[in-house]
Structures are given as structure tokens and as C-alpha cells.
Design a protein around this ligand. Structure first.
Ligand code: SF4
Length: 384
């Protein structure tokens, strides 16, 4: 599974007209949860639990840094009870299940059912190779979405997942899941060398398929991943995402905050809040985030208390964080900012109505920005 496995908190509230592509109850749950934490004076709290029930996968993608464990580790998985305990202990309203490939877990249906019983909004991240045959194990629910890994159009996706034909299997599975009544989203990781126009056409195709929304993120530069030459540096990330997102049509729906999309284009500054998307896996609670492995804790509280958070994030100048702009570290900041104050909410609504990247209604490549645009940066932080 790619590193974007982190979901999806909400879809923009307003898009010309009121338009929701996640259940109102999900958005309401997140908004009231954030407000409650603020009223309690909590500075650090979880929004999305990254629950990795196994590291085993049926693909070996070029950009993946998750599957390079010894064979005995790859053979193991978390039990349903371990998953339920982690979800209860952490308390995050949303749970993302990446991996590995979660559909390889023999009890994944029990895990999902138990999490739904806890009224968690679950995003099951999958490469979709086993999705179609697995649909019978699940029931459509507002609490469950399949988040399908799609890294671009057929040629690009199959190259990045290092196997021909995967794209077509995924498209077929998405169609089947949607027609069976399931919520389906896509998650797309971008790497250096992709053609922005290819990605734009791909987004059109995904929306035509009827997915609820799309998630995008730059790839994280895993040391162990084979794709070392194609990880984006920070400035490259901003330039690429400007070219992908500028002038975007209203039909594209992203399951991400407008603030995060602005951040990817270098128009807003967000500092990482890794405790917002904590990771629990076979080894425990991973320090400090989904991407970096600096040790493990037995409890989420211990993770909060024992991690020196000043050592992480862009401002720390930690080499592991230097070029990181990924969703799992920065979307929580955007969400906390959106729902943490009236100002944040109004700013988000304004950016949704008047996205800075939409400069006209044409999609002519001439409208794309120059490679090194000067942008006004706005510092946006989570209020204590
Ligand atoms: S900035 Fe650092 S701590 Fe934050 S998500 Fe990225 S790698 Fe993890």
C-alpha cells in the first residue's frame, strides 16, 4: 500500500452550491470532535488512526517502503482484538487501514465490522487486486469506504506498481464496488517525472467512474524503496502540484481539505502534526509517524508523552522530514485549523468557493503557471 493510506477527513463543505460527498454525519463527527478537544484544552490529539494490521502485500510497488520486513514479520498480522483495543484506546473518529494489503488479512471482515460497531469511519486502503472477490465479505455502510490505490493512468500506474494489468483490475473492482453500493475513493501518490496533463486526464476518468472523492499526496522518500531517483524535493512538489491542480474543473472532488491542497501548491504553510495520524502496527505505536520508524510505544498516551515532537516536522530540519509534505503528517494540521476556529472555517469555505488555483474556466496548458511562481506564503498553525 502506498503512503497516502491516510484518509480523508472531509470533503469541502461548499463547492459553488452545498455539495457533500461524505456523509453529513462524518463531517459533523469530525467537526464536533475537534471542537470538543479544543474546549478540553487538548493540544495534541488523534484524528485518524493508521491501523496497519499486516505488512504483507501481493504487490511490490517501486515507491513502497513498507514491505521490506523479514519473512517472519510479513507472515504475522494483528488480531481483531488488538485492532479494537487500539481503536478504543486512541479514540480517533476515523480509522484508515493501510498495510501491506489489508484484504490479505484472514479476518479483515471481522476487523472492519468491529470497528464499525465502535462507530468509526473506516477507510480500507487496497490495491484492489482482491477487492472484487472480497466484496461479499462486507456490507455497504456510511462507515465504510474502500480507498483504492491508483497512481495515475494505466501506463503510469502499472509501471509504479511494477505489474502490468493491475490498473484494469482496479477499474473493474471500483465499478463493482460502486454498483454494489459501497463508498469508494481513490488515493494517488505522485512522483517526480509524471506528466501533469496525464494526471489531470486521470482525475477526469476517476470522477467519471463515480468515485466519491480523490486523495493525492507526494510520495515519501523511503530509504528502503526501490524508486530512489523519483522522490520529489519540496520545491518540486509545489511546482508539480501547481501544474496538476491549477484551473481545475469543479467536477473534481477531493476528500481533502482545501487548506491541504493549497499547502501542496506552496500557497499555505502547514507544519506537521504527526500525533494527529498515529500509527499502530505489529510492533506497537510507531514513533513519530506513519513514515518514520524511530521506535515504538505500548500505548498512544506513551507515544504522546515520550516523543520529543520538536525533533520532527519541516522546521526541525530533521533530514527525514526535510522534503516531506505528505498527507498523513499535514492533513491533521489542516483539519484542526479548519474546525479549530470560526476563522479557520470561514477561510476554508472561502478557499472552496474561490480556489486560488482556478484562474479561468479553460483547461488550456497555456494557463498553467510558470515553473517558479512567486507565492505569498501564509503561516497557518494549530491554535493551542
Ligand atoms: S514531516 Fe516528518 S514527522 Fe511529519 S509526517 Fe513527514 S516524516 Fe513524519
Amino acid at each position: 500500500m502506498n503512503e497516502i493510506g491516510s484518509p480523508i477527513i472531509l470533503h469541502p463543505l461548499i463547492d459553488g452550491v452545498v455539495l457533500l460527498s461524505v456523509p453529513v454525519s462524518q463531517m459533523w463527527r469530525v467537526a464536533t470532535y475537534v471542537l470538543a478537544k479544543r474546549l478540553q484544552g487538548r493540544k495534541r490529539y488523534p484524528l485518524v488512526l493508521m491501523l496497519e494490521p499486516l505488512f504483507r502485500c501481493n504487490l511490490a510497488c517501486a515507491g513502497c517502503g513498507k514491505i521490506q520486513h523479514p519473512a517472519d514479520t510479513l507472515a504475522r498480522h494483528l488480531s481483531p482484538d488488538q485492532c479494537f483495543r487500539a481503536a478504543r484506546e486512541c479514540g480517533a473518529p476515523i480509522i484508515s487501514i493501510p498495510g501491506g494489503e489489508p484484504l490479505l488479512h484472514p479476518q479483515i471482515d471481522q476487523i472492519v465490522a468491529g470497528l464499525i460497531e465502535q462507530k468509526k469511519y473506516v477507510y480500507l486502503c487496497t490495491n484492489a487486486l482482491k477487492l472484487e472477490e472480497s466484496l461479499v465479505k462486507f456490507a455497504p455502510s456510511k462507515y465504510l469506504s474502500f480507498s483504492v490505490h491508483m497512481d495515475g493512468p494505466e501506463k503510469v500506474h502499472d509501471r509504479l506498481v511494477c505489474r502490468e494489468g493491475v490498473y484494469r483490475v482496479a477499474i473493474r473492482a471500483i465499478r463493482s464496488a460502486i454498483s454494489a453500493g459501497f463508498r469508494v475513493t481513490t488515493n494517488t501518490t505522485l512522483f517526480d517525472g509524471v506528466d501533469p496533463q496525464d494526471i489531470r486526464s486521470f482525475f477526469d476518468e476517476m470522477m467519471e467512474l463515480g468515485v466519491e472523492g480523490m486523495m493525492i499526496s507526494p510520495g515519501y522518500g523511503y530509504e528502503k524503496a526501490p524508486l530512489q531517483d523519483h522522490f520529489l524535493r519540496r520545491q518540486q512538489t509545489k511546482e508539480l502540484f501547481q501544474r496538476v491542480l491549477v484551473n481545475r474543473p469543479r467536477r473534481w472532488k477531493f476528500n481533502q481539505t482545501p487548506l491541504f491542497l493549497e499547502y501542496l501548491q506552496g500557497r499555505w504553510e502547514l507544519e506537521c502534526t504527526p500525533w494527529g495520524n498515529p500509527t499502530y502496527n505489529l510492533f506497537g505505536w510507531q514513533k513519530p509517524c506513519y513514515l518514520v520508524d524511530d521506535g515504538y510505544c505500548d500505548t498512544y498516551q506513551e507515544l504522546l508523552d515520550s516523543t520529543n515532537w520538536d525533533l520532527y516536522g519541516h522546521q526541525s530540519e530533521n533530514l527525514s522530514c526535510r522534503d516531506c509534505m505528505v498527507h498523513s503528517g499535514h492533513e491533521p494540521t489542516a483539519v484542526m485549523s479548519t474546525f479549530g476556529s470560526l476563522n479557520g472555517l470561514l477561510t476554508t469555505a472561502k478557499m472552496t468557493l474561490f480556489p486560488q488555483g482556478r484562474v479561468s474556466s479553460t483547461e488550456d496548458d497555456n494557463q498553467l503557471p510558470p515553473r517558479n511562481p512567486k507565492n505569498d506564503l501564509v503561516q497557518l498553525t494549530v491554535l493551542p
